[in-house]
Design a protein around this ligand. Structure first.
Ligand code: HEC
Length: 468
C-alpha cells in the first residue's frame, strides 16, 4: 500500500515540475520577444491563455492527487495519517501566505502613515520615505494619483491574499468539515447534521461579505464612528450565532474565517479591480477618478484593522479558557475590540499622532477578557476520599477511546496531542491539564463525545484537590 502511494505521488510530482517548467518557458519567450522587437508579442494573449491553462491543470492535478490518495487510503490505517499530513502541508502554506499578506498589509499602511508629505516633495507626489533595511538604503515615492507613464514592470500584491484565503478554506475542510461530527458539531450546543453545519458555515461567509460590502457603499462610510459601531454590532451578532451553532473551537475559527473572507474579498472585488481601472485609465491617458484609489485605500485600511483579531483566532485553538468559556462569544468580541484598538494605536503612532489613552484602554479591555475567562470556583462538595481506581475507571470510560495508543474513535489513528492514558500514572502526570480541560473549561472530552457527566467531573476535581 505505501508503495503505490509513493509511486503515485512521485509521478504526479514529476508532472507538476514539467508543467512549472512550461510556464517558465512561456515567460522567457515573451520577454525575449520584447527585448528583440521592443514591443509585446502579438501572440501575448495566446501565451497567457496557455499559461492559465497550465495553472488550472496544476490545480486540478493536485486536487485529483489528493482525492485519489483519499480513495486509496480510505478505511485503512493510513486515513488519519493522510489527514494529518494534509493538515501539516496546508497549515504551513496558510501561515506562510498569511505572513506574506499581513506583512505587506502592515508595511503599506506603515508607508502611508509614515510618508514625508511636506519636505522636498515634487508636485506630482503624495510623499516619500527613506528607509534602511538589510544593509541597503531605500527611497520610495508615492504618487498622488498615478505616474504619467505606467512602468512595464508593476508589482501587484494579490496572490498572497488569494492563496491565504484558499489555503485557509482548505484547512477549514481538512480540520473541521471532513471530521464535522467530531470537530464542528457539539450536540450540547446544537444538534444539527454535519452537512447543515457546513452549509451554515460557508453561507455565513457569503452573508457577512454582502452586509459588509453594502455598508461600505452606503452613506454610513462617511461617518467612521457610526460605521465602526454598526460593524461591531454585526460582528457581535455573528460571534453570538456561531457560538450557539458550532462547538467552541469551530465557533472561533468561523469568526476568524468570516473576517478573513471579507479581507480576501476586499482584495479580489475592490482593491485589485480599482487598481486595474487606474492602470488602464492611466495607460489610455483618460481621466483618473481619484475615488477609485480612495475606495481601495478604505478597504485596505479595514483589512489592516482585521489582522490582529484574525491572528488571535488563528492561535485561539490553543486556549481552551477562551473558546471553552460559557460566554465565549463575549470573550471573542472583547479580544477583537482590544486587538483592533492596539492596531489603531500603532497606526496613529506611525502618523506621529499622540494618542495617550488608546493603548491603556485596549490593554484594560484585553484584561477584562482575561478576568472574564478566569476559572469560577466550583463549590461542589467532596464528601469522601476518591480512590485512584475510581478515577481511572472514569478515564477508561470517557477518555481512552481517543487517548490511547490505538484509539477506537474513528476520527483518530494516534493519541491526540500524543496523550495516552495507559495507567493511572499517566493521569497523575497530567492532572493540572486535566483539571483545566475537564473541570474548569469542560473542553474535554472533545465536544463531550463520550457523554461525561457533571458528577464524574466533580469526582475528578475532588481527586485532584485531595492529591495536593
Ligand atoms: C473524541 C476524542 C477525545 C476524547 C473522548 C477525549 N479527548 Fe482529550 N483531546 C482530544 C483532542 C483531539 C485533543 C487535542 C486538541 C485539543 O487540545 O483540543 C485533546 C487534548 C486533550 C488535552 C490537552 C493536551 C495538551 O496538549 O494540552 C487534555 C489534557 C485532554 N485531551 C484530556 C482528556 C481527558 C481527561 C479526557 C476524558 C475525560 C479526554 N481528553 C477525552 C480528543 C479527545
Amino acid at each position: 500500500m505505501p508503495l503505490t502511494f509513493f509511486i503515485l505521488t512521485f509521478c504526479i510530482l514529476v508532472l507538476l515540475v514539467v508543467m512549472s517548467y512550461k510556464i517558465r518557458s512561456f515567460k522567457i519567450s515573451r520577454e525575449e520577444y520584447f527585448r528583440e522587437f521592443g514591443e509585446e508579442d502579438p501572440k501575448k494573449s495566446n501565451i497567457s491563455t496557455a499559461r492559465n491553462n497550465v495553472y488550472a491543470l496544476i490545480v486540478i492535478t493536485s486536487a485529483a492527487l489528493i482525492f485519489s490518495l483519499y480513495i486509496i487510503v480510505k478505511d485503512t490505517i493510513y486515513a488519519g495519517h493522510l489527514m494529518e499530513w494534509l493538515n501539516i502541508v496546508v497549515r504551513l502554506l496558510h501561515i506562510t501566505f498569511g505572513i506574506a499578506w499581513i506583512g505587506a498589509s502592515f508595511y503599506f499602511v506603515f508607508l502611508e502613515n509614515a510618508l514625508n508629505r511636506t519636505e522636498n516633495v515634487r508636485e506630482e507626489l503624495a510623499g516619500n520615505l527613506w528607509a534602511v533595511h538589510g544593509g541597503g538604503f531605500y527611497y520610495l515615492e508615492k504618487y498622488k494619483i498615478a505616474p504619467s507613464q505606467i512602468p512595464k514592470h508593476l508589482h501587484w500584491f494579490k496572490y498572497e491574499a488569494y492563496f491565504t484565503w484558499l489555503s485557509g478554506f482548505c484547512l477549514l475542510f481538512i480540520v473541521y468539515y471532513f471530521n464535522a461530527s467530531a470537530m464542528l458539531i457539539d450536540k450540547q450546543v446544537l444538534d444539527i447534521s454535519p452537512l447543515a453545519g457546513i452549509i451554515i458555515g460557508v453561507g455565513s461567509f457569503i452573508l457577512a461579505w454582502f452586509i459588509y460590502d453594502l455598508m461600505c457603499k452606503s452613506p454610513l462610510k462617511k461617518n467612521i464612528v457610526l460605521f465602526s459601531v454598526t460593524g461591531l454590532i454585526i460582528a457581535t451578532a455573528f460571534a453570538f450565532g456561531y457560538s450557539h451553532i458550532f462547538s467552541g473551537r469551530a465557533a472561533f475559527i468561523h469568526f476568524g474565517a468570516m473576517l478573513g473572507s471579507i479581507m480576501a474579498a476586499n482584495v479580489f472585488f475592490v482593491i485589485i479591480p480599482s487598481q486595474k481601472a487606474m492602470v488602464k485609465a492611466a495607460k489610455d491617458g483618460k481621466f483618473l477618478d481619484p475615488q477609485l484609489g480612495k475606495n481601495a485605500l478604505m478597504r485596505s485600511l479595514h483589512n489592516n484593522y482585521f489582522t490582529l483579531p484574525v491572528l488571535f483566532v488563528m492561535v485561539s485553538n490553543h486556549f481552551p479558557s477562551t473558546f471553552g468559556n460559557k460566554y465565549s462569544w463575549i470573550i471573542l468580541i472583547i479580544i477583537t475590540i482590544g486587538t483592533a484598538g492596539i492596531k489603531h494605536w500603532l497606526n496613529l503612532r506611525e502618523k506621529g499622532k499622540l494618542s495617550i489613552w488608546i493603548l491603556p484602554s485596549s490593554i484594560v479591555i484585553l484584561l477584562a477578557a482575561a478576568f472574564l475567562s478566569a476559572p469560577k470556583s466550583n463549590n461542589a462538595k467532596c464528601e469522601s476520599t476518591v480512590s485512584e481506581t475510581e478515577v481511572y475507571a472514569i478515564i477508561q470510560n470517557r477518555c481512552i477511546s481517543c487517548h490511547s495508543d490505538k484509539p477506537t474513535d474513528p476520527a483518530y489513528t494516534a493519541p491526540p496531542n500524543g496523550i495516552a492514558y495507559r495507567n493511572i500514572n499517566d493521569v497523575i502526570k497530567l492532572k493540572d491539564r486535566i483539571l483545566q480541560r475537564v473541570v474548569i473549561t469542560h473542553t474535554m472530552p472533545q465536544n463531550n463525545k463520550t457523554n461525561m457527566t457533571e458528577e464524574e467531573r466533580n469526582i475528578i476535581k475532588c481527586w485532584i484537590e485531595q492529591s495536593k
